[in-house]
Design a protein around this ligand. Structure first.
Ligand SMILES: *Cc1c(COP(=O)(O)O)cnc(C)c1O
Length: 362
């Protein structure tokens, strides 16, 4: 018996989305971002699907170690770098590239007695104000790193965009200009673009691009969905109806009784809830597919169930298939209804949901 809630992962769509990256950035090397368990799709599964990329990027050292232990030989960059000497030792041992963004890290490098050849990405904070050295500190950091015997030369150079998902925001061109100006004259390879940069800001393409969300077939922009950009969604989230019932005028539905029935209504109960990663704040009206047809969510999302209005589905019965997101119902749209971004929805699918790989397309 298959569990009620399951996600299908279309791994051939990952390949398709990677070819979209390559067509947008034909001269760049690709560092595929597979942090946070491959954006919820499964770290190792996504790494296999992307095994021919030039490098992987993960957020944390432990994610890089998991890839190495599974046998991946690709270059792997750790976007948060390391925070203590022990973590640096692990980076060296597992041959992971370190992103260097703080004075603390420089001090740890300088105090390290082990030898090695640690590849690094020196990060400029060009306006995100999260990780990185400010432009005025950058050369000093570069010079100090250059003195460390441990570090593989040349030092690679990177920055990250804060607002690239908004085509009208002039902070992105400012970040690009500041990065180009700051790293002019250094010999290392350069990397700026995330998915929004790759798809929306040609000036941000450089030696390396760092696509994340687009590899999973999801638009990085708030006003478009993947297929409009030539992407194919990788994840589909499915469940089934477990009950169908009639409710009367004046009845309320779910916790808090927040939805009141105004005309006699057929109600469907679906086995999916925030305990599976379906968003708790999805509003009344959020589309759900029952037997492939759109129906609106009504009432509050609970841990294990949601309720939908089956007015347009006279013949729906328990056991009928339900899709929460997928090819015909973009996760971007569901995210919009839940006042969130699609990144949180795919990352948030929980352990209870069985992940089923689909690779063959005949
Ligand atoms: C997560 C991340 C990316 C990928 O961003 P997407 O919007 O998913 O393409 C690229 N670079 C850095 C530094 C990141 O943290």
């Amino acid at each position: 018996m298959t569990p009620a809630a399951y996600a299908i992962l279309n791994l051939d769509a990952v390949q398709h989305n990677l070819s979209k990256v390559r067509s947008c950035a034909p001269d760049a090397k690709v560092m595929a971002v597979i942090k946070a368990n491959g954006y919820g799709h499964g770290l190792l599964r996504i790494a296999v699907a992307l095994q021919h990329v030039d490098a992987f990027a993960v957020a944390r050292v432990d994610e890089g170690i998991r890839l190495r232990k599974a046998g991946f030989k690709n270059r792997i960059a750790v976007l948060e770098g390391f925070t203590c000497a022990e973590e640096l030792d692990e980076l060296l041992h597992y041959q992971l590239d370190a992103v260097v963004h703080s004075l603390t890290q420089l001090e740890i490098f300088e105090a390290e007695v082990k030898s090695g050849a640690c590849a690094v990405w020196l990060k400029l904070d060009s306006g995100m104000n999260r990780l990185g050295f400010k432009a005025k500190e950058f050369d000093a950091a570069y010079q100090r790193l250059s003195q460390c015997a441990l570090i593989k030369q040349p030092i690679n150079l990177m920055t990250h965009f804060a607002c690239a998902d908004d085509f009208n925001d002039d902070r992105t061109p400012k970040q690009i200009r500041l990065f180009n100006k700051t790293v002019a004259g250094y010999s290392g390879e350069r990397s700026m673009a995330n998915s929004a940069g790759i798809l929306g800001w040609e000036q941000s393409l450089s030696d390396w691009v760092r696509p994340g969300i687009m590899l999973y077939g999801i638009s990085p922009f708030p006003d478009s969905v993947g297929w409009q950009l030539g992407l194919r969604p990788v994840m589909e989230l499915h469940s089934r109806l477990i009950s169908v019932k009639q409710i009367e005028v004046g009845d309320t539905v779910g916790y808090g009784g927040g939805w009141t029935c105004e005309v006699p209504t057929t109600l469907g109960i679906v086995a999916i809830g925030y305990g599976d990663g379906y968003p708790r704040y999805a509003k009344d009206g959020t589309p759900v597919l029952v037997n492939g047809q759109r129906v609106p969510l009504i009432g509050r999302v609970s841990m294990d169930m949601i309720t939908v209005d089956l007015k347009t589905q006279a013949h729906a019965k328990p056991g009928d298939p339900v899709t929460l997101w997928g090819e015909d119902l973009p996760v971007e749209e569901v995210a919009h209804w839940a006042d969130t971004i699609p990144y949180t929805l795919v990352c948030g699918v929980t352990q209870r949901v069985q992940l089923v790989e689909k690779t063959l397309r005949t």
